[in-house]
Design a protein around this ligand. Structure first.
Ligand code: PAF
Length: 286
């Protein structure tokens, strides 16, 4: 697996693979890779002949008081993990390579609708930062398909909308969330948790599961269910940002008629903000 730092080298390597008739898959990441990322690379490898991953901690998608400076940068371990997962090429650009003119005057891609509410409400500008960098990366790599984790459910919806609205010929694949044995969704930010915080973190997934169970059992008082869910997170010492029952397709607040639902949650444990979600279809068995 080769690691390249510049757009020029990236384009040359992808062009070589294309010249050999290979289909290109792409997995964009911010590094500090875990088994969830490895699953994305493996999924891409099952579908195409040449897998490109990127590692770039994108300043444009971090708010002023967020963890840009402390976000873990672990390039060597990440390279090892990517190699083992079957990645063919790693693109690991600098901030200057991605934003040569700086970020102040950067063209922004905004995806209204799906970006609003949920994480978009708590992290203003976040999804424009994500959409912009993903758009740039897509134009640099020009993949046939790209794989993203369903853990970032709203992000995946933003990217699907972006690709559709801008007519990008890229197939977007959502890969199921990988969880620890106790249910906690794998996330690079789990590394911020101390032992006690780590032991209370699985309450997020447990709360999502019991909400889904209640809805499957016929409870459709969504407002009350959401309030109860927040109360159980609080009782476990977390500070809930939101717990929302939404239509799984358009992310609008769920109605009683909706069959495909997703419950999304964000909560702080200390200063660490974790997100998780559970999507399900009321017409299919649990
Ligand atoms: O999900 C992530 O790691 C990032 O938001 C992404 C998609 C790589 C864009 O920076």
């Amino acid at each position: 697996m080769n690691t390249v730092r510049t757009v020029r080298e990236l384009r040359a390597a992808v062009a070589r693979a294309r010249g050999e008739g290979k289909r290109i898959g792409f997995v964009p990441t911010m590094g500090n890779l875990h088994d969830g990322h490895a699953a994305l690379v493996e999924k891409a490898g099952q579908r195409v002949d040449f897998v490109v991953a990127s590692i770039f901690v994108n300043p444009l998608q971090f708010g002023v008081n967020e963890d840009l400076a402390s976000y873990p940068r672990t390039l060597e371990a990440d390279q090892e993990r990517l190699l083992n997962a079957g990645c063919n090429l790693l693109f690991a650009p600098t901030v200057e390579e991605m934003y040569p003119q700086g970020m102040a005057g950067q063209t922004l891609v905004s995806v209204p609708g799906v970006s609003d509410g949920l994480c978009g409400a708590s992290r203003p500008g976040h999804f424009a930062g994500v959409a912009t960098v993903v758009c740039k990366l897509f134009n640099m790599v020009q993949p046939d398909l790209a794989v993203f984790g369903q853990k970032d459910y709203q992000q995946l919806a933003v990217i699907r909308t972006l690709v559709h609205d801008l007519n990008m010929p890229i197939q977007i694949i959502g890969e199921p969330t990988v969880r620890a044995d106790d249910g906690l969704a794998l996330s690079s930010r789990n590394g911020y948790l101390d032992a006690q915080q780590r032991s209370s973190a699985p309450v997020i997934y447990r709360t999502l599961c019991s909400l889904a169970e209640a809805i499957r059992a016929g409870d459709s008082d969504f407002a009350q269910l959401q309030a109860h869910a927040k109360a159980s997170l609080e009782a476990a010492g977390l500070r809930p940002d939101y717990v929302e029952i939404r239509n799984a397709n358009d992310l609008q607040p769920a109605s009683r008629e909706d069959r495909q639902l997703v419950i999304l949650a964000a909560a702080f444990i200390g200063s660490t903000r974790l997100i998780d979600n559970l999507a399900f279809d009321l017409d299919l068995p649990a």
